[in-house]
Design a protein around this ligand. Structure first.
Ligand code: GAR
Length: 188
C-alpha cells in the first residue's frame, strides 16, 4: 500500500475528504496528518478517522526535525491541503516531484505570499473577476510557482460575495483534489 502524508494548518476539510477517499482505496492510504497548529480542526477530523497526527513548531519544520519524522514514514506522496507555512527546502530536496499543493485560484494569478484562503476570494470580488478556480501544482522553493498539474475554472456572478466564491472553490476542491492525487499516486 502506498503512503500519503497530508500537511494542513486549519479546518482540514480537504484533508478529511482525502482521508475518506483513500480509506476505500486498494492503492494508497493517508497514513498521517502533519500540522503546525495545535488548535487546528484538522486534528479532530484526522483522529475521527484513526489517522495519526503530528504537531510541530515552525522551528521544527525548518531545523530538520519534521524531515526526520517524514523520512520515518517514507511517503510516496506529500499533499499540502491548506498548509499555510512556507514549505522547507530540506523536505523539498528530499522528495523531488513528490510534494503537491492545492491553491484556491487560477495560478499564476492570485498567488504568492499573503494570498491564501479568504484573502484571495475577497480580492477576486474586489477586482470583479468573471471567473476563478483551483490549481494543483508541484511544490518548489518559490511560493505557488511549481509546475501546474491540474486547473479547473468556475464562473462567477456579479452578485457573488467572497463567501459565495469560497463555496464554489470548496466544491471544486472536494470534487477534484482526491482524483488528481489518485492519478499521481498510481505513477509514484
Ligand atoms: C483551501 O481552500 C486551500 O485551497 C487553501 O486553504 C483552504 C483550506 O481549507 N489553501 C491556500 O490558500 C494555500 N495558499 P481546508 O483547511 O478546509 O482544507
Amino acid at each position: 500500500m502506498k503512503k500519503i502524508i497530508v500537511f494542513a494548518s486549519g479546518s482540514g476539510s480537504n484533508a478529511e475528504n482525502i482521508i475518506k477517499y483513500f480509506a476505500k482505496s486498494q492503492i494508497a492510504n493517508v497514513v498521517s496528518v502533519f500540522t503546525n497548529n495545535a488548535n487546528a480542526k484538522v486534528i479532530e477530523r484526522a483522529k475521527n478517522h484513526q489517522v495519526e497526527v503530528e504537531i510541530f513548531t515552525k522551528t521544527e519544520l525548518i531545523d530538520g526535525n519534521v524531515l526526520q519524522k517524514v523520512k520515518n514514514i517514507d511517503p510516496d506522496l506529500i499533499v499540502l491541503a491548506g498548509f499555510l507555512l512556507q514549505f522547507p527546502k530540506n523536505i523539498i530536496e528530499a522528495y523531488p516531484n513528490k510534494i503537491i499543493n492545492i491553491h484556491p485560484a487560477l495560478l499564476p494569478n492570485y498567488g504568492g505570499k499573503g494570498m491564501y484562503g479568504m484573502h484571495i476570494h475577497r480580492a477576486i470580488v474586489e477586482n470583479k473577476e468573471k471567473e476563478t478556480g483551483i490549481s494543483i501544482h508541484y511544490v518548489n522553493e518559490n511560493y505557488d510557482e511549481g509546475a501546474i498539474i491540474f486547473q479547473e475554472k468556475v464562473a462567477l456572478a456579479d452578485t457573488d460575495t467572497a463567501e459565495d466564491v469560497a463555496a464554489k472553490i470548496h466544491e471544486l476542491e472536494q470534487k477534484h483534489f482526491p482524483e488528481v492525487i489518485d492519478r499521481l499516486i498510481r505513477l509514484a
